[in-house]
Design a protein around this ligand. Structure first.
Ligand code: GLC
Ligand code: CA
Length: 546
């Protein structure tokens, strides 16, 4: 794959602590990932995105970086990373790393210098401000994790520093040109080592409003809500000059060939479409689309998002979709078992690049974490609010042996495996026809062989029954077009065949069912009278009549 490979790629997201442990310390590592590349190839992954593996005190499990150009010993060594990159490339799999620009660890040498005195040359690399006359923090900005002040007072120098996440994660000042230069050099370091791109952590939070005014209060906030939502994020998120930051990242990537930049932003589709920039001044290749993670799995929502991409996508834009990640409840838990396959049917047939979170291909759900096994600082800081992320970060399940093959039998995995690991695992599902894993693999295979599904246009069908979502994918260079139908309800829904075919521009039905989430696909043909089973998703191919 070259050129705009990221348009056609299936991106597989690995949370490295939880994928495969190779040395028995209970923590997943780089050699572990390398040992599973053949599985990823078999599944059809074209790229892996690995959450941070740099040296880190692990206050936020790697999102607190203390050295950007090395590997944390828990994950291996830089030689292990080189080996992983070359083993992946040998299999035509791209490697995307996580870049954390908003903050460093408070143990990063830059911060230690910055903190050492008011006159240190790196003082301005972070945001230091005087207290208000009464000694309180400079403004009302809140930490995203505990909803307390985002400012921490430093006794040594008598000023506050800004941390919009943990106090162990001081925010970097990107308005300082030395910071920019140093961070761009880090991107180059990895690009030169063969890394194919970066997912840029909380990219839309990096530029703070330069006036440092209070954020307006959030009138809708109530006690049971995420405490950090007490005030809005007007001056700390998606500020007007964020596009300048996007350009710094993109320009650095464009010094090299075929690199991808993915921006993390929880925005509406209309807003995220502004992060593509323009053909002359491009920004992110893929501003991450979190809509399916943050909204209920309903026909209305999905239909609206497809519409919005059709409406707001700029000429140089390309959609992308994701169902789960390491911060939010897994899709199978949110949408329920009956709709899990439908989510994946959509993910791999809708127009845009899909990102698959490890374990979702097995139908993994959130795992309940006993209180004495909690690891995530977010849970520890806000107990009981359900914000903790451990339940979605539990180890990958490889086989039906001890710890599902994640770590050595005598070792203790860093998070518990969960109950159903003995049957919900790769080796069992690989052998079982009709399994979730076999379904996902087949879907990816069909996608890979079809230009219409990879790059074609999408037309939503407007004349379907309320519970059914339908769309057609087609491409001028593909003789096959594709019809997807998803029943969001628990009822059997009859379809009006004449209306369906007329909307599709067909006079006679000539559809071939390629895949069904329920029932035997060989017995499914759209002939009268036709109906779609409860919670059923269907993928058909057809040809337009001349
Ligand atoms: C992003 C990451 C999350 C991390 C936070 C702070 O939201 O996905 O895991 O805790 O940024 O870096
Ligand atoms: Ca290990």
């Amino acid at each position: 794959m070259s050129g705009e490979w990221w348009k056609k790629a299936v991106i597989y997201h690995i949370y490295p602590r939880s994928f495969q442990d190779s040395n028995g310390d209970g923590i997943g590592d780089l050699p572990g990932i390398t040992s599973r590349l053949d599985y990823l190839k078999w599944l059809g992954a074209d790229a892996i995105w690995i959450s941070p593996v740099y040296p880190s005190p692990m206050a936020d499990f790697g999102y607190d970086v203390s050295d950007h150009t090395d590997i944390d010993p828990a994950f291996g060594s830089i030689a292990d990373m080189d080996a992983l990159i070359s083993a992946a490339h040998n299999r035509d799999i791209k490697v995307v790393l996580d870049f954390v620009p908003n903050h460093t660890s408070n143990e990063h040498p830059w911060f230690l210098e910055s903190k050492s005195s008011r006159t240190n040359p790196k003082r301005d690399w972070y945001y230091w401000k005087d207290p208000k006359p009464d000694g309180s923090p400079p403004n009302n900005w809140l930490s995203r994790f505990d909803g307390k002040s985002a400012w921490k007072f430093d006794d040594g120098t008598g000023q506050y520093y800004l941390h919009t996440f943990l106090e162990e994660q001081p925010d970097l000042n990107w308005r300082n040109p030395e910071v920019r230069a140093a961070m761009q050099e880090i991107l180059r370091f990895w690009f030169k080592r063969g890394v194919d791109g970066f997912r840029v952590d909380v990219s839309y939070r990096v530029m703070k409003h330069p006036d440092f005014e209070d954020n307006p209060l959030n009138p809708d906030w109530t006690e049971r809500m995420d405490p950090s939502f007490r005030v809005t994020e007007k001056n700390t998120k998606n500020t007007p000059d964020i596009h300048q930051f996007n350009r710094w990242i993109r320009e650095t990537a464009d010094e090299f060939d075929n690199k991808v930049t993915i921006g993390e932003m929880n925005l509406s589709i209309e807003q995220l479409c502004k992060h593509f920039g323009t053909p002359e001044k491009p920004e992110f290749h893929l501003p991450f689309n979190f809509r399916l993670i943050f909204s209920a799995w309903t026909k209305e929502n999905v239909k609206r998002y497809i519409h919005e991409f059709n409406e707001f996508l700029p000429v140089n834009g390309w959609p992308n979709w994701v169902l789960s990640n390491h911060d939010q409840p897994r899709f199978a838990t949110r949408a329920g078992a009956k709709q899990t396959r439908n989510g994946h049917l959509l993910l791999f047939t809708v127009k845009g690049t899909p990102t698959l979170y490890y374990g979702d291909e097995l139908g993994m759900e959130n795992v309940e974490i006993p209180p004495d096994r909690v690891q995530d600082p977010w849970e520890l800081l806000t107990p009981g609010l359900g914000l903790g992320r451990d339940p979605v970060r539990t180890p990958m399940r490889w086989n039906d042996r001890t710890h599902a093959g994640f770590t050595k039998p005598a070792s203790t995995p860093w998070l518990p495996l969960g109950k159903d690991a003995s049957h919900q695992n790769v080796s069992t599902q690989r052998k079982t026809s009709g399994s979730m894993l076999r379904f996902v693999k087949e879907l990816i295979q069909i996608r890979k062989e079809s230009k219409a599904l990879l790059l074609g246009d999408i037309n939503l069908l407007e004349n379907l029954p309320d519970a059914v979502l339908g769309y057609v994918r087609h491409h001028i260079d593909d003789s096959n077009a594709y019809l997807v139908l998803i029943n969001f309800s628990d009822e059997t829904v009859p379809l009006d065949e004449a209306a369906l075919f007329s909307e599709m521009g067909l006079t006679r039905p000539s559809l071939h069912c390629l895949l069904a989430t329920e029932g035997d696909q060989n017995e499914i043909a759209l002939h009268s009278p036709i109906s779609i089973l409860p919670n059923q998703g269907l993928l058909f191919s057809f040809q337009y009549e001349n």
